[in-house]
Design a protein around this ligand. Structure first.
Ligand code: ZN
Length: 148
């Protein structure tokens, strides 16, 4: 059903919002904090907010594991941000600072950064390590999601 509502977490306050699928592209706001549910930028997730976006949100989640000292991560950052503009609202894009959230890095076995992991339905669908451009990020995420 294309008009069935979808459950998604607010990137600002974490409140779960129920939004009709056809309204996803109409700049919906959070029912709690009233900020935009899609900002065109990756959400910054931490250990305390991550599970809600992975386990409870029904949007596919594309996460960039990175660190401040990692040159390739920094060069990829504007590409990932640009990909967010293209992939929202079909996907939620998010960044996790692997140094600040070592338990998440350990849980997902992050051995090199940047590493992108695509989650759908609470499960890891695909991952890729190494810096890539925005067009490749978009094409990779779309291809992997349609393969599930
Ligand atoms: Zn909110």
């Amino acid at each position: 059903m294309t008009d069935s509502p979808i459950l998604l977490a607010c990137p600002h306050c974490g409140t779960m919002n129920r939004v009709a699928r056809e309204r996803l592209g109409a700049a919906p706001n959070c029912g709690h904090c009233h900020q935009a549910l899609f900002t065109g930028k990756p959400a910054v997730l931490t250990t305390s907010t991550f599970d809600k976006h992975v386990q409870r949100s029904e949007l596919p989640l594309l996460v960039d594991f990175w660190a401040t000292w990692c040159g390739p991560c920094l060069s990829m950052a504007p590409h990932f941000e640009s990909a967010a503009k293209t992939l929202e609202p079909r996907f939620r894009l998010a960044k996790v600072d692997s140094d600040a959230n070592p338990d998440l890095s350990a849980r997902y076995g992050i051995r090199s950064i940047p590493t992108m992991i695509l989650f759908a339905g609470g499960r890891e669908v695909a991952r890729q390590s190494g810096a890539v451009g925005s067009a490749q990020i978009v094409a990779w995420a779309e291809a992997k999601l349609s393969g599930t």
